[in-house]
Design a protein around this ligand. Sequence first.
Ligand SMILES: [Zn+2]
Length: 253
Amino acid sequence: MPRPTGRLMATYRDQGIVLRSYKLGETDRIIHLLTQGRGKVRAVAKGIRRPGSRFGGRLEAYSHVDLQLYEGRNLDIVNQAELIAPHAAVRTDYARSACASVMAEFTDLVAQEGERDNALFLQLRAGLQALEAEPEDPSVFVDAFLLRAASIVGFHVFTSACAICRAPGSHAFLSVRAGGTLCPDCAPPGTRAVDPAVIEAVALLARPGDWAALPGLARDGGEVRRTAASYARAFVEHHLDRTFRAYEAVPRP
Ligand SMILES: [Zn+2]
């Protein structure tokens, strides 16, 4: 038997989370996904804007889907999409949708095409699951997600050592630019010490995997929580050299 030649396209399966999508032509959309196996994938969903499209509502933002795709030269093509978790509540609630939008914007910025990053994938999934669970104050999950995901992609905030000389311990100075706490020797003259509770709050926000303690911080935090949140935003925006547009839309107590 002669081997088929020419137009046969390779297919692959993967799980992905929809980060964003935009219109293409009359009836298609380009979907940005963070996949578990291939990093960021940009793919065309053909006919998705036609009534009765075979994709239904399965490729909405934040949906976690099982996918079959054709490999393309620039853009892949979605052949099938099955829902694993729709995260529908995240889309319908304003506050949670704003939070998810920051998470997706961050991920879309840092995820690399063709580079598997399972830690980032699991982080985004955990962040969306936390929002889906109807937290009283979802904004605390955005702050935690930003610091934790930044650490995964190489920007780690120091809270139990000096960010410059690495002297261990709880230090009283906090720097956005240096990347965390500073010891008295490394802190620039005139730097004011911060409330140790702020540093504890930043450490909690940054601690990988600890989502259960966040609602407590949101409830009891007050000024400490607000300062830690401002620090998280400034840290991430400084080190990634990017302003997150969706951040301003996140309602805060
Ligand atoms: Zn130092």
